[in-house]
Design a protein around this ligand. Structure first.
Ligand SMILES: Cc1cc2nc3c(=O)[nH]c(=O)nc-3n(C[C@H](O)[C@H](O)[C@H](O)COP(=O)(O)O)c2cc1C
Length: 313
């Protein structure tokens, strides 16, 4: 696929291969890894604006970043324009350059609260949220789906609304809410959205190989792609696509992640993160099944390190 830089407001993203926000995975260490491998932009996992408003400590931890992270992007989840504006302009987000608005989360309790993908059904509210977040002066992007139901998709119309409200970029997960995370994404919907707007359009969903990346870029005409689950399995997809030199092995990468996560997060979070990341990494590695149970039984990071050495030796 053609690798190019993307302009986002005053920012220039180093590549058009982006890393998706993923609950439980896209903590600071994983974002550092993806950037090192050539990702153009990485996001925090979704952060509830409402929980931030109430100074929830666990939510505040999701905002952890350092000067080492080149471009800082936070994904906000919320359905009330005034709260979104207050949080977007707050001291809590002062270090972030980009605010991505979650308009795609399909989870029932999120949907019922009028957040995430529910905003696709209320375009005036979605538009007000984009305009409210723009008051922060930061670049504002939107991540949405193709619609709520497969038989009634309206991606291009929604993309136009986002552009009119001032969004600087839109990422489209090519599945409707009803599809959750399964099934072949509707790339033709992304293609239609791309022709309908002039802001950058990023294609997301179902990219599980280098060939998928190239084909989906061609088919949709999108400005870039956003990788999600496959990047957990194979973080080297960034360096392969962007042709960035990387001589590390997966074992080195996972050991580095253990050191980095334990330096910034508590043991409970670190253990959960490394176990899940290692489980993704071993998905297609033959003869590793026997270690899975040991990985999940390990009670300390030192123990996990020993199992990881066996898995990725
Ligand atoms: C475990 C998990 C956590 C996710 N968390 C978020 C999130 O916080 N924000 C968001 O916009 N999408 C989230 N997503 C959706 C992904 O960003 C992405 O749109 C989706 O996985 C489709 O891409 P894929 O088919 O390449 O995995 C999540 C998906 C998974 C599987």
């Amino acid at each position: 696929m053609e690798i190019k830089k993307i302009r986002l407001g005053n920012l220039l993203l180093p590549s058009n291969v982006l890393m998706a926000p993923l609950v439980g995975y896209t903590c600071y260490p994983f974002r550092m890894l993806a950037y090192e491998m050539g990702a153009g932009l990485c996001f925090t996992e979704m952060v509830s604006a409402n929980a931030l408003k109430y100074q929830d400590q666990a939510t505040k931890r999701l905002l952890l970043t350092t000067k080492q992270e080149t471009i800082k992007a936070v994904q906000l989840l919320g359905g009330i324009p005034t709260i979104m504006e207050k949080m977007a302009c707050s001291e809590l987000l002062k270090d972030f350059d980009v605010i991505d608005i979650n308009m795609g989360c399909p989870v029932p309790n999120v949907f019922k609260s009028g957040e995430g993908s529910a905003l696709m059904l209320d375009q005036p509210r979605a538009s007000a949220i984009i305009r409210a977040c723009k008051k922060s002066g930061k670049a504002v992007t939107v991540k949405c789906r193709t619609g709520i139901r497969e038989d009634k998709m309206f991606t291009a119309e929604f993309a136009r609304m986002c552009e009119d409200a001032g969004a600087d970029m839109i990422t489209i997960h090519g599945r409707s809410r009803s599809m959750m995370y399964e099934g072949r994404p509707y790339y033709e919907e992304i293609e239609q959205a791309k022709t309908a707007v002039s802001i950058p359009v990023i294609a997301n969903g179902g990219i599980f190989s280098i060939e998928d990346a190239t084909q989906i870029m061609e088919q949709t005409g999108a400005d870039g792609i956003m990788l999600a689950r496959y990047a957990l399995e194979n973080p080297f997809i960034f360096s392969t696509l962007t042709r960035k030199k990387c001589e590390k092995t997966l074992l080195q990468v996972v050991l580095e992640q253990i050191d980095l996560v334990s330096g910034y997060y508590d043991e409970t979070f670190s253990l959960a993160y490394i176990r899940k990341l290692a489980a993704y990494g071993m998905k297609k590695r033959k003869g590793t099944k026997q270690y899975k149970e040991r990985l999940y039984r390990s009670g300390s990071l030192e123990e996990v390190k020993e199992v990881v050495k066996l898995i990725f030796a």
